[in-house]
Design a protein around this ligand. Sequence first.
Ligand code: ZN
Length: 150
Amino acid sequence: MSAINELYKQLIIDHGRKPRNFGKLEKPTCCKDGFNPLCGDQLTVYVKEHDGIIDDLMFEGEGCAISTASASLMTQALKGKTVDEANVLFKAFHSVVVEGAPAAKYKEQLGKLIVLTGVAEFPARVKCATLAWHTLDAALKGNQQPVSTE
Ligand code: ZN
C-alpha cells in the first residue's frame, strides 16, 4: 500500500473512532434520519440553517467506520458554508464516489473528503460513504420521507 493510501486509511479510522461534531444539536432548523440497510448504518443529521448558511451541523447514530468517518468529515467540510456550496460539494463527491470520476479533477474542492474517494473501488461501501450526504440533502430540502439508500 502506498504512503498516501495509508495516510487516507489512518484518517478514516481516526474519524470513524472519534467522529467530530457528534451528538444532538439543540433546536435544529431541520433534522433527518438516514438508513443504509445494506450495511446497517443509521444516523441522524441535525442542521441549523439561517439565511442559506449552514451555521451548525451535527450528527449521531451508529454505523461502520466508513459511514461514521464520512459523516464526520462532511460536518467539518460544510459548517459555515452556504447551502449552495454544500450542494456543489455533494455533487463533486457524488461524481467521484458513485460515478467514478477521477478524484484528481476535484482535489481542491474536496479537501479532506478526498480520503473517502477510495471507496469508489468498493461498490458495497459506496452507500456507507454517501449516506450522510443523502440524509443532509433530504434535511435541507425538507423531504418528509425517511432516507434509505435502498
Ligand atoms: Zn457501512
